[in-house]
Design a protein around this ligand. Structure first.
Ligand code: IMP
Ligand code: MG
Length: 177
């Protein structure tokens, strides 16, 4: 039996829901109608599901395709080396792309993704990250759309995991102890 982790709530589900609506309005106003949304799996899947529906509520019915990138393994420290685990099926040449991720941490993953899509000829690549941990950045990268700026502590819930666990929590929290 594994003991239950004690988790301190940092961002409640109500706070997340309200912020997702704001983000959808900002994104809708800033991006063209044929924008391709690209959530980076796996951590973004809960956020992306809510953001896509918030975008639909403000009239943005945009195509979506997933890309799975890996930089972490099962630990909590970024390796810096990013791998494409599952590539897009859509072509991005000439298109505006919105990259969607759970958290902008060191920046390695999203820098890799943005450069990849630019190299493939995307005409514009913008980044939406639910969480931003600026203290952890090791590369020069900023997201155009950020839900919450957070302190340098490891977070779980709402799609974020620790060794594969806690993704289903409705809030974002920090494991205590
Ligand atoms: P990067 O360091 O910016 O490349 O972030 C890579 C990935 O690490 C993110 O997309 C998350 O999936 C994961 N990650 C970074 N910080 C955390 C955290 O605090 N909790 C859970 N996952 C994290
Ligand atoms: Mg991730």
């Amino acid at each position: 039996m594994t003991p239950q982790d004690q988790i301190a709530i940092r961002i409640s589900s109500a706070e997340i829901a309200a912020r997702v609506e704001d983000l959808a309005r900002d994104i809708r106003a800033a991006m063209p109608d044929d924008t391709l949304m690209v959530p980076i799996l796996t951590g973004s899947f809960v956020f992306a599901a809510d953001l896509v529906r918030a975008l639909a509520r403000v009239g943005a019915d945009w195509p979506l395709d997933f890309m799975t990138l890996s930089s972490y393994g099962s630990g909590t420290a970024s390796s810096g080396k990013v791998e494409i685990v599952r590539d897009l099926r859509e072509t991005v040449s000439g298109r505006a792309v919105l990259l969607i991720d759970d958290i902008l941490d060191t920046g390695n993953t999203l820098l890799f993704a943005r450069n990849l899509l630019r190299d493939r000829g995307a005409k514009d690549v913008k980044i939406c990250a639910l969480l931003d941990k600026p203290a952890r950045r090791t590369v020069d990268l900023a997201a155009e759309f950020v839900g919450f700026s957070v302190a340098d502590e490891f977070l779980v819930g709402y799609g974020l995991d620790k060794a594969g666990r806690h993704r289903g929590l409705p809030y974002i929290g920090s494991i205590e102890g």
